[in-house]
Design a protein around this ligand. Structure first.
Ligand code: ADP
Ligand code: ZN
Ligand code: ZN
Length: 742
């Protein structure tokens, strides 16, 4: 070193092992001037970019390590619980830890300087906060007797009215930072300063069944999983609200995690929690948030300031240092399973977190997943039942036999029975809700002369006809073209939409009922931000007579004036390659039925009408009887016979490449590598994926089935490692553990 040279930086001397939020295997070592406790958030250089890292522990110092760029010390270190959750998830789902970090941590942090993080934290939380002492005596005792200003602060905190951050600053200039420090030590806790006008929405007196459920959860101690089985409208949400209230009352720093399947349902559930807990800061986590906004909510959960954290599946990965209760609404919902990257099940992870923390978890549903239902039957979960609606009545289910309905027989979308039922609702000023199954039934353009169909050039899928902008679009790869004026094969000018898209239903309705106010909500209308919310708001406000949509409209909403719900084409779910299709269909139909008759309005008996060619099918019989138990018993018998989950455990190896041979070669090698699979683990030969070609990429998969979860886990861990050694660089592959989509 030159004599007289000025060292601007002290030497970096400690090596640390860091998990970096990038989708790569392994952890990475960095240097820092000092030790950092595990869980500390840091920003690190990574390749040419900056990433967020989480310190996992010490590493062996060696040459060539890069220094940590910044320690994000405005945020408390992540707890060991959280790190263990991510490590478990990565291990169980066979994914890199960093990929889960990326999913779980707010990416906003990657690019921010310390001052910006600090400022944002101040703005989003600290300034509006009011503080109070957790244990005033302990706090006073912990302070040196001569630190007069600090003692004044401690006294102010002990007063019955919480101390607002602005007031604190006038007592002592360092008060805001001290308060954060004391909060980290658990001496004080922060609450959002509540608007004085806010008054908690009154909780209704509980029905007996609700009371019994509440008492059972309250009486539990340690890890206690419950299945709250209650028909739609039976008051499950009310039970969640009161459970949350209890948990927060019992322990001032407790946190409650509330999971909800759909981003569209989040505002509604959020509103109920916000009304019930007006003084609480609620953190909301879902994919629709802007990055900085997501950071605010994430940080509120991480700091413990938000005691209620509500969100969709990704919220299960939030940092919740004081987690005391987990609530999973509509636990059967398929959207709890992430279908790309780390394909985790938020429902299963929610149960895992409850076990880790030794707290209660309540899974609620009118149609539980067969996994949860069987767990309850075997006593692993405790069953809590709400057998009746809290208000209103369950609709009568009527099966409109397509073979006997002249309109349906001639190919109309709306059968005679449905038209009559709609006319009656319109005459009485009541609302109706019509839904179609999935976007797969969106209209395809067809030539009646030669049979030409609008196929996607890149996928094994039809292009869907969009009337509004006269385009044909592939719902898988996004390919888009203008509607041809004539049939490309025979030149006919008579191209017609085939199938039963929501747009066509909307048209048929407008034709049949020109005076009716019709709204449509599906994935297309919902693409515009807030559009679905607007649509639902119009229905709630009574500005809509008939709502048409995909299954989106069947979920969760507490419509007060709907007395008719109709399923237009549910039969496809009866006979599907997907073994879970009947379970989903049944849940969807029960959910949909639950939208009718939620309050006693008008003169009509609430009704659900199902247009079907199979009115004798046992699934519909169970539906008509509102009998989930019967459906579940039938379906479980089938699953047991077929050796399907929950009677076995599965993993799926998915592989894809632009050239089909490449995929075949790769999966053949995978089969060879699986030759040593132990007894009890069966590896099936490769098959094409349900959608075998998407955007020009061929997709195949191999199913692994095992009688025991442990054996499956041990096998896929070794298999994945062996596959990673294979030289098949361009074949994209991944293992999906506990797949729900085949
Ligand atoms: P779920 O979540 O099972 O669909 P909710 O909790 O949304 O049921 O309750 C359905 C309706 O019944 C709501 O309008 C709710 O306010 C009302 N409700 C729930 N519990 C009670 C109760 N104990 N007394 C009166 N009304 C109730
Ligand atoms: Zn033609
Ligand atoms: Zn396509």
């Amino acid at each position: 070193m030159e004599i007289g040279a000025v060292r601007t930086e002290p030497p970096a001397s400690c090596a640390l092992r860091v998990a970096v939020d990038a989708p790569l295997w392994g952890t990475f070592d960095y240097l820092h001037v000092a030790e950092l406790v595990p869980g500390t958030l840091v920003r690190v250089p990574f390749g040419r970019q900056r990433h967020i890292g989480v310190v996992l522990g010490d590493a062996r110092p060696r040459d060539g390590l890069r220094p940590i760029e910044a320690v994000i010390d405005a945020l408390a270190p992540l707890g060991a619980d959280w790190v263990a959750l991510l490590e478990f998830t990565a291990g169980y789902y066979q994914r890199p830890l960093g990929e889960l970090m990326a999913a779980a941590l707010p990416t906003w942090l990657r690019t921010q300087r310390a001052a910006a993080v600090d400022a944002r934290l101040q703005r989003s939380g600290a300034r509006a906060l009011a503080w109070s002492a957790a244990d005033p005596d302990a706090l006073r005792a912990a302070l040196p007797s001569r630190a007069v200003a600090l003692r004044r602060l401690a006294d102010a905190l002990a007063a019955p009215t919480p101390l607002r951050a602005e007031q604190a600053r006038s007592l002592h200039p360092r008060a805001p930072s001290l308060l954060r420090d004391w909060a980290a030590r658990g001496w004080v806790h922060a609450r959002p300063a509540c608007a004085p006008a806010a008054r908690a929405g009154a909780a209704p007196a509980l029905l007996d069944a609700q009371r019994a459920a509440l008492d059972a959860v309250q009486a539990s101690s340690g890890f206690a999983p419950f299945l709250l089985f209650g028909v739609t409208g039976s008051g499950k949400t009310e039970v969640y609200l009161q459970l949350a209230a209890q948990a927060l009352a019992r322990q001032p720093r407790a946190q409650v995690l509330v999971l909800t399947p759909e981003i569209n349902l989040t505002p509604q559930l959020l509103q109920r929690f916000a009304e019930r807990f007006p003084g609480e800061r609620l953190a909301v986590l879902h994919s629709g948030l802007a990055e900085a906004e997501r950071f605010d909510h994430w940080a509120a959960a991480h700091s413990g300031q938000a005691r209620i954290v509500l969100g969709t599946r990704l919220a299960v990965l939030a940092s919740l240092p004081q987690l005391a209760l987990v609530l999973v609404d509509e636990e059967h919902d398929a959207s709890y399973k992430q279908q790309e990257g780390a394909r985790y099940s938020a429902r299963d992870l929610a149960v895992w977190r409850a076990r880790q923390r030794g707290v209660a978890v309540v899974l609620g549903s009118a149609t539980p997943s067969l996994e949860s239902w069987r767990a309850a039957a075997r006593g692993r979960y405790r069953l809590l039942e709400l057998p009746a609606r809290a208000a209103g009545a369950l609709p009568a289910v009527r099966l409109a036999d397509a073979a006997r309905d002249t309109a349906l027989r001639s190919g109309a979308l709306l059968g005679t029975a449905l038209r009559e039922a709609l006319a009656q609702r319109l005459a009485r000023g009541e609302q109706s809700l019509l839904f179609l199954n999935r976007r797969g039934y969106a209209p395809v353009l067809r030539c009646p002369d030669c049979g030409w169909l609008s196929d996607c050039p890149h996928c094994d899928a039809h292009l869907v006809y969009h009337r509004t902008d006269r385009s044909l679009r592939c719902h898988h790869c996004g390919h888009r073209t203008a509607v041809p004026r004539a049939c490309p094969d025979c030149g006919s000018l008579d191209l017609q939409p085939l199938g039963r898209g929501t747009q066509r239903v909307e048209e048929a309705l407008a034709e049949a009922f020109p005076a009716a106010r019709i709204a449509r909500i599906d994935a297309d209308t919902a693409r515009r931000k807030g559009a679905a919310q607007d649509g639902f708001a119009r229905v709630h406000a009574g500005d809509v007579d008939i709502l048409v949509g995909t299954q989106m409209v069947t979920k969760g909403h507490d419509f007060q004036r709907v007395t008719l719900v109709a399923a237009l084409n549910p039969d496809s779910g009866l006979f599907s390659h997907d073994p879970r299709a009947p379970e989903r269909l049944f849940a969807q139909l029960m959910q949909a039925a639950g939208r009718a008759g939620r309050a006693a309005v008008g003169g009509s008996v609430p009704e659900m009408l199902v247009q079907t060619a199979y009115p004798q099918h046992p699934l519909y019989a169970a539906l008509a009887a509102h009998d989930y138990r019967r459906f579940a018993a039938d379906e479980l018998r089938e699953r047991e016979r077929a050796g399907m989950p929950p009677f076995s455990h599965q993993a799926l190896l998915r592989a894809e490449h632009a050239r089909a041979e490449q995929v075949e070669v790769f999966l053949a090698r995978a089969g060879e590598l699986a030759a040593d699979a132990p007894a009890g683990v069966v590896v099936y030969p490769p098959v094409p994926a349900a959608l075998a070609r998407v955007a020009g990429v061929h997709r195949q998969q191999m199913l692994v089935e095992a009688s025991a979860r442990g054996a499956l886990q041990a096998f896929v861990r070794r298999w994945r490692a062996a596959l990673a050694e294979l030289a098949a660089p361009r074949v994209r592959w991944a293992i999906d553990v506990d797949p729900t989509d085949y």
